[in-house]
Design a protein around this ligand. Sequence first.
Ligand code: SF4
Length: 264
Amino acid sequence: MGGFVMDTRRWPVPLQPGLVYGPIASKRLGRSLGINLSGIKRKLCNYNCVYCFYGPTSHPPEPQEFPPVDDVIAAVTAALNSIPDVDWLTFSGNGESTLHPEFPRLVKEVRSVAGEVRPWLPVALLSNGSTAIDPSLRETLTMFDLPVLKLDAGDAETHAAVNRPVDKGVSFEPIVEGLRMAAGTGKLVIQSVMFDGKPSNSRGRPYHRWLETLNDIQPAALQLYTLDHPVGPVNPIDTGRLDRIARDVEGLGIKVKVYREVNT
Ligand code: SF4
């Protein structure tokens, strides 16, 4: 999913170099210590988003490419014992955390370690949402204080053009169904990046389908972004358009927080 990269004017931005990174000063989460389950050699993601700041996804991840649970727990424990000033622990990093073959166990163990060292420390997830249809992963979402899942499209055609899954097993309708079920917890936050260009998700039919889908899901809140610079064929939308989109979403009874830059 990526996140918390401060200088996205360099494209692609370098991968996070460790299993734990930061703490990063995040506009959303204050001082956030990132947990990177996607390893350090390449972006491990099932999407190839048209705007991805880590550059193109060459092929889907293999299970053996993800780091062992013990290594992640050791890195998180060491960081928590040595870094005093942290507001959030956040699963993000070089790709999609929920694809880790032992994601539910990992989250449980991270919560357990964090509970011993800093019982008050909240835990967030930034995910592309593609695995929300899996019941065990949806169950795992309930372990997060803040689960943030992506929705950049409201129809299969726009999803294919924007998020460009590299895993042929990923399809749009089941994802929406999974997000709708995940929203039942009352904690689900959706993150959407809106842009113009080819493709665009901020105007015309793709935009109206996105609004309808959001209304259908009814998340607890929306984090609304645009890009902070053009990436390949897509461009940021202006502040006025972003604010009008926010008003449209608020009209659905969904709380909105607008961010002027992606990844913060
Ligand atoms: S979900 Fe998209 S933006 Fe996030 S890491 Fe994967 S390809 Fe990049």
